[in-house]
Design a binder for this molecule. Structure first.
Ligand code: GLU
Length: 440
């Protein structure tokens, strides 16, 4: 049984980058019949806020990425403590007493000598007496995880074979002097405890993975599989700050459907085409980490808007009825659907059907429209009135093409473009059509 987790920190709203991580975790879990867990990474009590926990839940619900379970790290401190004690007993975590300034100075000295700024483990060299003195002085330690020497390797599902030499990495700080937890160890403990089989996240976590692999081993657990997705760039191809501010609120306000976001994020950065799937089933069925490339994935809001329109053009009336202006029925929906960019545009076309419309007419079309009014009063409205009207007008006036159709569209809708008149005219209906043709 596979299990994935999406692990946002509730220090802000989700943005397009972490929405993508959620989409990939959800798709993979669904494609393998596995579990998709929402893990709220709220170990940082100062920066975590309840309103962001709520907005994360609401955003996932809106996107249709329903978790099978939710856990909060703040409710799991007992577990972290237990596992920490085990690591401590085994000598895999150790107290360190340097202040931030001391560490900073050490790094500067190392860099000045052209050395990599790796923690020198001087805390491990302290004698028991020195440690006791620090304790007596009231100095509280922070805690580091002790890396084993050697190569750390794994086969990443997206990046392929990865290797890090532990000698090039600092023993990571896992716990602050006040006892609070940093991200690294609780995440590994949770992945073990929740049976996470696949850790799917952004490539900014690749070096964390090297460290966490040693934590899994130190905790006596099998290591999960890892997939690190390349990061997103803006449409210009550059890492863009703006992406960090694009969240569900922004997209929803712009009339973007959640299905469009999921369909786009499922495919950008892959070798599969972006396609307008309103139903995620084909995305789930075709999901495969081997389709993902290592180059950054381009997120283009223009592409999202186009995909959104293409998805709307296929949506069934039943799927959108509760969000349409009252009065739009199935026939009206099907007539106006091909002209929508966002669902909100439906109100404009409904207004065109219901009227009143403001139309203008060119002088040379006045007689033509008078003829149209006369014919419209005589045709059978129950049976394709648009073709009855235009065929009769063509025969009587000799007009065809644009001179035949455009003045009628203008008079009947007040616009030069719009839905197919054959679908629209029965919705406008006889009375309103006659009124509009007579008004000119
Ligand atoms: N809370 C971490 C983050 O948002 C989770 C990283 C992970 O997926 O392990 O970056």
């Amino acid at each position: 049984m596979t299990a994935t987790r999406f692990a946002p920190s509730p220090t802000g709203s989700l943005h397009i980058g972490n929405i993508r991580t959620a989409v990939l975790n959800w798709l993979f879990a669904r494609s393998t019949g596995g579990r998709f867990v929402l893990r709220i990474d709220d170990t940082d009590r100062e920066r975590s806020e309840e309103r962001f926990v709520e907005s994360i839940r609401a955003d996932l619900a809106w996107l249709g990425l329903t978790p099978d379970a939710e856990v909060r790290q703040s409710a799991r401190f007992d577990l972290y403590q237990r596992r920490f004690e085990e690591l401590r007993a085994a000598g895999r975590v150790y107290p360190a007493y340097e202040t931030a300034q001391e560490l900073d100075l050490k790094r500067k000295v190392q860099l000045g000598r052209g050395l990599p700024p790796i923690y020198d483990r001087s805390a491990l060299a302290l004698s028991d007496a020195e440690r006791a003195r620090l304790k007596a002085d009231g100095v509280r330690p922070h805690w580091r995880f002790k890396l084993d020497p050697g190569m750390i390797e794994w086969d990443d599902l997206i990046r392929g074979h990865q290797h890090f030499d532990a000698a090039t990495m600092s023993d990571p700080v896992i716990r602050r002097a006040d006892g609070s937890w940093l991200y690294m160890l609780p995440s590994a403990i949770d992945d073990i405890d929740l049976g996470i089989s696949h850790v799917v996240r952004g490539e900014d976590h690749v070096s964390n993975t090297a460290l966490q692999l040693q934590m899994f081993e130190a905790l006596g657990a099998p290591v999960p599989a890892f997939a690190h997705a390349a990061l997103l760039t803006g449409a210009e191809g550059k890492l863009s700050k703006r992406l960090g501010s694009l969240g569900v609120e922004h997209f929803r306000a712009g009339g973007i459907e959640p299905q469009a976001i999921v369909a786009l994020l499922a495919r950008i950065g892959t070798s599969d085409p972006v396609e307008p799937f309103a139903d995620p089933a084909p995305l789930i069925a075709a999901f495969d980490f081997s389709r993902f490339g290592r180059a950054p994935a381009r997120f283009d809001e223009g592409e999202l808007a186009q995909l959104n329109a293409r998805i709307l053009h296929q949506r069934d009336y039943g799927a959108v009825a509760d969000r349409l202006p009252a009065g739009i029925d199935q026939a009206a929906w099907e007539a106006i659907r091909p002209n929508l960019t966002t669902l909100a545009d439906a109100a404009d076309w409904w207004h065109v059907i219901e009227g009143p419309v403001e139309a203008s007419v060119d002088a040379e079309d006045r007689d033509f429209l008078a003829a149209a009014h006369r014919i419209a009063g005589a045709i059978d409205w129950a049976n394709d009135p648009w073709h009855a009207l235009t065929n009769a007008l063509k025969e009587e006036t000799g007009r065809k093409g644009k001179p035949l159709f455009l003045p009628l569209r203008r008079a009947l809708t007040g616009r030069d473009h719009g839905p197919d008149m054959a679908a629209l005219l029965p919705l406008i209906g006889r009375d309103r059509a006659l009124e509009r043709l007579a008004a000119l």
